[in-house]
Design a binder for this molecule. Structure first.
Ligand SMILES: C[S@@+](CC[C@H](N)C(=O)[O-])C[C@H]1O[C@@H](n2cnc3c(N)ncnc32)[C@H](O)[C@@H]1O
Length: 320
């Protein structure tokens, strides 16, 4: 059964019996959310900043897109000071079923709500938005088709004009045999978020590559049980590809963003006070248990800002 990668991934991840409708993400890969609660602490700090910028509205939205198991919103809700918590309207957006035991304060939805006033966060969502893959041939770029049972690939037809235009602007293919992932569906997904943001900030966090340094053969990858596997779109593994966040940023601007910052997780989290600094040695004598706790926290923070790991993720922040 031959399909385009976009159609095959859509079915494998979100179709009937799809990977995300059956599986819990934390069983298969580690994200910043699962790596450390310090990530939720940083999101809470951001939320407080946005709240102040908006003049402390009566209702402040926190929308988590691709919320997975709802861990991030649960932690933010738990730690928010009462004066903020009481005004929070939390929406966790995911295509998977509502996780059991989630607080009644959290609305679980398959769609991004309209008229958001507050903060939107999308941690490792865009890399799971299915896309097509193209390969350069002597006659120009062609779509790649995949056998959904084996992952075997073959060349398909030429590209739609919109896909071809996207490649020319965002991922020019120069060499025969080089491959690109056509990020247009992600641009559209991100733009649809900006359109729904009335006032506030939207932040997308993902492994990303810039237009002047796209990988020669693309980044399509599979994950199963914590290990990297061949991406076979048969519903038994996650299928992901790094994100052209610069293209998403441009789409966000077209959709109404009035300011845009594209940086790394390391830079963004350090600004929010996540430094990975070790506790002072004096604490080890005065409060040995407190010292060990602080040391563990420092090591988790270190993982979040490690430039060769999670710290190297792109942070796209846009305001309306
Ligand atoms: C890699 S997981 C990230 C989970 C969580 N944000 C974290 O950081 O641990 C991606 C999540 O995005 C969800 N997802 C993908 N496409 C979606 C869409 N169009 N609408 C809502 N959720 C989506 C998947 O179901 C999955 O739970």
């Amino acid at each position: 059964m031959w399909h385009t990668w976009r159609a095959a991934t859509e079915r494998a991840l979100y179709g009937e019996e799809g990977f995300y409708l059956r599986e819990r993400p934390s069983g298969h890969f580690r994200t910043s959310v699962s790596a450390s609660a310090a990530f939720a602490g940083a999101v809470l700090a951001l939320l407080a900043e946005v709240d102040a910028e908006l003049g402390k509205p009566d209702v402040l939205d926190l929308v988590d897109i691709g919320a997975g198991e709802g861990v991030l919103v649960t932690q933010v809700l738990e730690w928010a000071p009462p004066a903020l918590r009481d005004r929070l309207r939390i929406t966790a957006v995911d295509l998977s079923p509502r996780p059991p035991g989630l607080s009644g304060r959290v609305r679980w939805s398959g769609e991004v709500p309209d008229g958001i006033v507050g903060l939107v966060i999308a941690n490792e969502w865009l890399d799971n938005v299915p896309l097509d893959v193209a390969e350069q041939t002597a006659e120009g770029p062609r779509l790649i088709l995949v056998d959904v049972r084996t992952g075997e690939e073959r060349l398909g037809g030429p590209l739609r004009p919109a896909d071809r235009a996207w490649l020319e602007r965002w991922w020019p293919l120069t060499r025969v045999g080089s491959r690109a992932e056509i990020g247009l569906p992600r641009d559209e997904a991100w733009a649809s978020v900006l359109v729904r943001l009335r006032r506030g900030r939207a932040i997308a966090i993902d492994y990303a590559h810039p237009v002047d340094n796209r990988p020669l053969c693309g980044t399509l990858t599979g994950y199963r049980d914590g290990a990297v596997v061949t991406p076979v779109p048969d519903g038994t593994c996650d299928i992901t590809a790094h994100v052209a966040l610069d293209a998403c940023a441009a789409a966000g601007i077209r959709a109404g963003a009035i300011s845009t910052t594209l940086s790394t997780q390391r830079a963004a989290l350090r600004e929010l006070g996540v430094t990975g600094a070790r506790p002072p040695l004096d604490l080890a004598r005065a409060d040995p248990r407190g010292y060990l706790k602080a040391l563990a926290r420092a090591s988790e923070e270190g993982e979040l800002i490690d430039p060769s790991g999670l710290g190297g993720f792109g942070w796209l922040s846009q305001k309306r």
